[in-house]
Design a protein around this ligand. Structure first.
Ligand code: SIN
Length: 304
C-alpha cells in the first residue's frame, strides 16, 4: 500500500491535495456533494478586514486551457469569516485548514492575521501578496523582496501559526522574493498565483473583463508554475505549496518532484467540483504506476 501522507510545518496531511483559495468557497459548500474530509486540507476564500463586494462584472473570461478571473477579493470580512464561516466548516470538516489573508495595507494584513490566529482550526496562514485584481493592495506587496520581507516580518510578530507567503509569478525574479520571505521568517511559500492576462470580445471590440485584465489560471500555466517551484526549491529550505494549473494526480506527482511538499488545486475545481476528489482517488494508482511508495520521498527528487 502506498503512503500519501505529507507534512507541512508539523501538520500531518493524509494527502497533499488542497483546494486552492477562491476556488472552493469556505469548504462547507462542497460537503453536500462529497465527504470533504478526504481532502488533505482546504485553503479558504481570501479574507480582508472589511467585507468586499469585489470587482464589477464580467469577471471571468474563458481561454484555451484556462480562464481569466478578476474577482477582486470578494469576501464577507474577517469577523464574519470567524463568526459565521469557520463554525459552519467546523461542523463538516475535521482537519486543520489554510486561512488565506489579503489586504490593502500592512496594518490590515497584520490585523487579519492576528485575528485568525485565535482560531484553533486554522493550521496555516497563507498570506496573499499576489492578487493581480485590486489596486493599492494584493500584488503590490509582493513585487519586491523588500516589501515582501517587511510584511512577513510584521505578520510573524503577531502569530505563532505557520505563515506561508503566496507569491506572484508576475515579477522579474520570484526566487529573490521567496528568499527575502524566508529570511524574514516565513515558514513556507505558496506559489504561484495567477499570471496577468486579458481577452478582447470580437463583437464589441472591448475587453471581455470589466476590469480589462485579470489573473490567468488553469492547465496552460502548469509548466510555468512547475519551473518556478523548481527554481525556488533550489533557493530556500522552507516548504513550498505548489499550485498553478494542477488538474490530475500526475500533475501532483510532477509538482512534488519539482519540490512542492503539498499541492493546491485551483481552476480545476471551477470546471469540475469533484476535481480534488478524483485526484485523491487516482493518486495511489499513479504512485504505483511510477513505483512511488511514499510521496514524502519524492519531494524535490527531480533535482540533480
Ligand atoms: C481575486 O479575488 O481577484 C482573486 C484572488 C487572487 O488572485 O489572489
Amino acid at each position: 500500500m502506498v503512503n500519501t501522507q505529507v507534512n507541512l510545518s508539523g501538520l500531518k496531511l493524509s494527502n497533499p491535495v488542497i483546494p486552492a483559495s477562491g476556488t472552493f468557497g469556505f469548504g462547507y459548500e462542497f460537503a453536500d456533494i462529497y465527504d470533504i474530509n478526504i481532502l488533505g486540507s482546504i485553503a479558504l476564500k481570501g479574507t480582508t478586514r472589511e467585507p468586499r463586494f469585489g470587482n464589477p462584472t464580467p469577471r471571468i473570461a474563458e481561454c484555451t486551457s484556462g480562464l481569466i478571473n478578476s474577482v477582486g477579493l470578494q469576501n464577507p470580512g474577517i469577523d464574519s469569516v470567524i463568526n459565521a464561516e469557520l463554525p459552519k466548516l467546523k461542523n463538516v470538516f475535521k482537519k486543520p485548514v489554510v486561512a488565506n489573508i489579503s489586504g490593502f495595507s500592512t496594518d490590515e494584513y497584520v490585523y487579519c492575521c492576528e485575528k485568525i490566529d485565535s482560531q484553533d482550526q486554522v493550521g496555516i496562514i497563507e498570506v496573499n501578496i499576489s492578487c493581480p485584481n485590486v489596486h493599492g493592495g494584493g500584488m503590490s506587496f509582493g513585487t519586491s523582496p523588500e516589501s515582501a520581507a517587511e510584511i512577513t516580518k510584521r505578520i510573524k510578530e503577531v502569530t505563532a501559526k505557520p505563515v506561508y507567503i503566496k507569491l506572484s509569478p508576475n515579477v522579474t525574479d520570484i526566487v529573490s522574493i521567496a528568499k527575502a520571505c524566508e529570511y524574514a521568517g516565513a515558514d513556507g511559500i505558496s506559489m504561484i498565483n495567477t499570471l496577468m492576462g486579458m481577452r478582447i470580445d470580437l463583437k464589441t471590440k472591448k475587453p471581455v473583463i470589466a476590469n480589462k485584465s485579470g489573473g490567468f489560471s488553469g492547465p496552460a500555466i502548469f509548466p510555468v508554475a512547475l519551473s518556478m517551484v523548481y527554481k525556488v526549491y533550489e533557493a530556500v529550505k522552507i516548504p513550498i505549496i505548489g499550485m498553478g494549473g494542477v488538474s490530475s494526480a500526475e500533475d501532483v506527482v510532477e509538482m512534488m518532484l519539482a519540490g512542492a511538499s503539498a499541492v493546491e488545486v485551483g481552476a480545476a475545481n471551477l470546471v469540475d467540483p469533484y476535481a480534488c476528489k478524483n485526484i485523491i482517488n487516482n493518486l495511489p494508482e499513479v504512485m504505483e504506476k511510477y513505483n512511488i511508495n511514499s510521496l514524502e520521498d519524492i519531494i524535490g527528487a527531480a533535482h540533480i
